[in-house]
Design a protein around this ligand. Structure first.
Ligand code: MD3
Ligand code: FE
Length: 217
């Protein structure tokens, strides 16, 4: 018997919970880096401000977003895509912080994905009441690479649908410091976030921030 996965988790949070094949929650994996991560979120948002994108259907998204790394995810009336420059400024997105890269690499490795090198990080900000409706992430060209997500601040109920939108979604609570690795058969599953319950997080305040680290090409 081996304990590789558990051995690589922080000592005070040795919990890896499989959700479905290909998806694993690493409870508290990011907690020891919380302050560095939040400082970097603030620095990214000072260069590339939070904004509410518009969907191709013309709806303003209630989640506020920004990006860092070589590419950033954008949406407007013409569609979804990854762009090397922030459309608000015309400038490259802020560089990917080392702490984001290291956390993504370590979490992916703990879940069995060696040598994960994301080239994009989408940052999502939820105020109480904000939701993200069920969708697939399929704008990335290399679907063999996982997506690593990091939850900070207020807890959320993550909705995990199957590969068909009509399946009744599984509900998973994601709290501050939780990291989830999505790969393999889970990579193209429908997923979303239920309306955020109000609360006040000691470090983050009345919001939830989610980082998703992606390899787009
Ligand atoms: C499952 N973000 O940015 S992270 C997104 O909490 C997104 O802000 C949510 O969905 C959030 O696209 C959920 C968890 C997540 C991210 C990507 C996935 C789950 C995923 C891709 C495939 C399957
Ligand atoms: Fe998504």
């Amino acid at each position: 018997m081996t304990f590789d996965l558990f051995d690589s988790l922080p000592q005070d949070a040795p919990r890896a919970e499989p959700i479905v094949p290909g998806a694993v929650v690493l409870r508290g994996f990011a907690r020891e880096h919380e302050q560095t991560l939040l400082d970097n979120v603030r620095a990214v948002a000072s260069q590339a401000p939070w904004r509410h994108l518009v969907t191709p259907g013309g709806q303003r998204m209630s989640v506020a977003m920004t990006n860092c790394g070589q590419f950033g995810w954008v949406s407007d009336v013409t569609g979804y895509r990854y762009e090397a420059a922030d459309p608000l400024s015309g400038q490259p997105w802020p560089a990917m912080p080392d702490a984001f890269l290291a956390l993504a690499r370590d979490a992916a490795a703990a879940a069995g994905f060696a040598d994960f090198r994301p080239d994009a990080c989408l940052l999502n900000r939820y105020a109480p009441g904000t939701r993200l409706s069920l969708h697939q992430d399929r704008d990335e060209l290399d679907l063999r690479a996982p997506i690593v997500s990091v939850s900070l601040g207020l807890p959320a109920v993550f909705l995990f649908g199957g590969l068909a939108r009509a399946e009744r979604p599984l509900r998973v609570r994601l709290a501050h410091g939780d990291v989830v690795v999505w790969g393999g058969p889970a990579r193209l599953a429908f997923h979303g976030i239920a309306p955020l319950a109000d609360g006040d997080h000691a470090l983050v305040g009345r919001e939830r921030i989610n980082l998703t680290l992606r390899k787009t090409r």
